[in-house]
Design a protein around this ligand. Structure first.
Ligand code: ZN
Length: 113
């Protein structure tokens, strides 16, 4: 439960990914985003519901660590993507995307009113 709340708070305080896009590599290649879907029900995320950070690893790689909150099934899915910008941006899933956190129905500050 504590872990769950930490995830929720982290999500709330993160910036939407789309505000940080496009990501431009030094060689001019642009990464314009990824169509991530809810790991639980497969719904597309509203842009503002994919939140996290893009960090530069080196000249040709950046790391996207994001969490998507799905209002339909009330879950957060974690995404860890390595983006290779050598030519056309290539996205590698680092494997933890399947990790899911179900949020309790009550005391959820994330619900839309
Ligand atoms: Zn869902």
């Amino acid at each position: 439960m504590k872990q769950l709340q930490a995830t929720q708070i982290e999500w709330s305080s993160s910036h939407p990914i789309h505000q940080q896009l496009p990501y431009r590599f030094p060689n001019g290649v642009e990464f314009k985003g990824v169509n991530a879907r809810c790991g639980q029900c497969g719904a597309d995320y509203a842009a503002d519901y994919m939140r996290g950070t893009l960090s530069t690893l080196n000249q040709k790689q950046c790391l996207m660590v994001a969490k998507g909150f799905c209002g339909l099934c009330n879950t957060i899915t974690c995404f860890n993507f390595l983006i290779d910008g050598s030519a056309e941006p290539k996205i590698m899933d680092l494997g933890e995307s399947q990790q899911r956190h179900s949020l309790p129905q009550q005391d959820s500050a994330l619900q839309e009113h």
